[in-house]
Design a protein around this ligand. Structure first.
Ligand SMILES: [Zn+2]
Length: 268
């Protein structure tokens, strides 16, 4: 059986409280042997690290999601540095910029939007700094913010690398990311009927420049679309990606697992 990793899962969410053991068992049965639990704030980072200590197959990314940035303290660096030194903290994230729902969409002012963006940029900057300091890579969340985000990461090229998770942008933007030496990862959207733009991006991504992920509990692939997603469904994602790449499941397994080990050196 071809082995795959789920490089982006939110296992610390309450969605898995009732059947956590079964979720892990189903993942193993499906050939998903390693899972990176991605944090969204410092408490979530602590929960993710606790999971890594209880389950050999789980690793963690520690960080602060841009959509929660307005709730972050002024300086998350000291606490984040501490957490990131954990032997199973394989990356910083998820971090980045998200302009999808700005305060002005809920009656806020242009100044509210500017403040919101500014705080996201500060928290993102702090995470890039910690990643560079500790020689870790980053899991990048980007939504409706590509140009600002790209400008902010450029000074860090050569000091850290990022994977643009849930990649859904144009082939031109893909090329900018790859030219920087950074990576992308693909979710269950690749299986959606209306996901042709994602399949086009997959087709344009060299086999050794991307990883697979669920972003569970979100984005369950066909035939589970609309239900709670879980790491086992990387199998369905891998089947569609292998078809698009015209490669065998084993070739896809070799390439994506090798890329994950190279990108997350603390993954054992
Ligand atoms: Zn996520």
């Amino acid at each position: 059986m071809a082995i795959f990793y789920d490089t982006h899962a939110h296992l610390d969410y309450d969605d898995y409280k009732a059947d956590f053991a079964e979720v892990l068992t189903r993942a193993q049965v499906a050939g998903i042997t390693k899972i990176i639990s991605i944090a969204t704030d410092l408490d979530s980072s602590r929960r993710a690290l606790a999971l890594t200590e209880q389950h050999p197959m789980i690793y963690a990314a520690v960080g602060w999601h841009p959509s929660n940035a307005h709730e972050a303290p002024a300086d998350i660096r000291p606490a984040l540095r501490e957490l990131a030194r954990h032997p199973k903290a394989v990356a910083i994230g998820e971090c980045g910029l998200d302009y999808y729902r700005l305060p002005s969409a809920n009656g806020g002012s242009a100044e509210d939007d500017a403040r919101y963006k500014q705080k996201q940029a500060e928290i993102f900057q702090q995470q890039l700094e910690v990643a560079a300091d500790l020689n870790l890579n980053c899991v990048i969340h980007q939504r409706s913010s590509f140009d600002d985000l790209f400008a902010q990461i450029q000074p860090f090229a050569g000091k850290t690398r990022g994977v643009f998770h849930c990649f859904g942008e144009s082939v031109e933007r893909l090329q900018k990311i790859l030219d920087l030496g950074w990576l992308v990862s693909y979710t269950g959207i690749v299986t959606f009927k209306n996901g042709q733009n994602i399949r086009d991006a997959v087709a344009a991504t060299p086999l050794d420049k991307f990883m697979l992920e669920t972003d569970c509990p979100y984005l369950a692939p066909i035939p589970y679309r609309g239900k709670r997603c879980e790491p086992a469904y990387v199998k369905e994602i891998s089947e569609t990606v292998a078809q698009v790449k015209l490669c065998s499941p084993d070739e896809l397994s070799d390439a994506t697992c090798r890329t994950a080990h190279e990108f997350f050196p603390k993954l054992r």
